[in-house]
Write a protein that binds this ligand. Structure first.
Ligand code: IPE
Ligand code: IPE
Ligand code: MG
Length: 245
């Protein structure tokens, strides 16, 4: 029998996922169904994010990655992008006290340098202020794209080696060690709401062996019971990681 040594969670079947990623999709459709502007959907989606963070803590999840804004979402109308950025800023400021109370650690995945300075400053502050907390880790994927993350990882490897005058070897562990949060285990479960069966550039490297759960519900309609259903689905999955048993 082979023993596969990976960064993945040790659990192969049953139990609770250690790391859950959520592609929070459907805000615009939620708003459109009610004849309201897309921005109302984002506002409602933020409330859902708060509820799901709290529920995840209660359920004992250790890492929760929320896909907040992709590297492709800049293609949207400027007014929508601006609205989302303002929401993110407000979320970071408003939630920080609550995060302190529950000792939640905020982290970021994505390209900080591509964000407006006032947003990247708030993200840095939230990460810094909560760095020592040992509760659940909430990883905000903001200006995040899986391809972009891999490219930045490769460039970090090349820069580091060039500085040290070493020859460059790009292998699996070199890339894994240069991702945005190398110490975070790969996601066991990736949830996507609003019924789309695609990754949309989310955790491409880390999600190689994640279980996928697609929920037809729109993100603003999501509740703790939907999360529980996703966890029940995960508990029944047999994970093989390429093995044959
Ligand atoms: C997800 O909801 C939020 C972001 C991508 C920022 P959408 O805004 O994509 O909602 P739909 O897919 O248009 O319904
Ligand atoms: C993915 O949703 C990005 C986030 C949820 C932040 P999108 O709505 O941007 O994805 P596509 O365009 O439907 O693939
Ligand atoms: Mg969408």
């Amino acid at each position: 029998m082979f023993i596969v040594i990976t960064k993945m969670s040790e659990k192969t079947k049953g139990g609770l996922p250690v790391h859950v990623g959520i592609i929070m999709d459907g805000n615009g459709r939620w708003a459109a169904r009610q004849g309201r502007p897309r921005t109302d959907g984002h506002l409602e989606g933020l409330k859902t994010a708060r509820k799901i963070v709290e529920a995840s803590v209660r359920l004992g999840i250790r890492y929760l990655t929320l896909y907040v804004f992709s590297t492709e979402n800049w293609k949207r109308a400027e007014s929508e992008v601006q609205f989302i950025m303002n929401l993110v800023k407000r979320y970071l400021v408003d939630e920080l006290n609550h995060y302190r109370k529950d000792r939640l650690r905020v982290r970021h995945a994505g390209d900080l340098s591509g964000l407006p300075a006032e947003i990247s400053a708030e993200v840095r502050k939230a990460c810094e202020d909560t760095r020592a907390f040992d509760g659940m880790q909430v990883i905000l994927a903001l200006n995040y794209g899986g391809r972009n993350e891999i490219i930045r990882a490769v460039n970090r490897i090349l820069d580091g080696k060039a500085l040290n005058g070493e020859s460059v070897i790009v292998n699996e562990s070199a890339i894994a060690n240069n991702l945005d949060n190398p110490d975070v285990p790969d996601p066991d479960l990736i949830i996507r709401t609003a019924g789309e069966f695609r990754t949309s550039n989310f955790l491409l490297w880390e999600g190689a062996y994640s279980e996928y759960y697609i929920s037809s519900e729109l993100w603003p309609d999501w509740t703790e019971s939907h999360l529980r259903a996703a966890l029940d689905f995960f508990a029944c999955r047999e994970r093989r990681f390429g093995g044959a048993e």
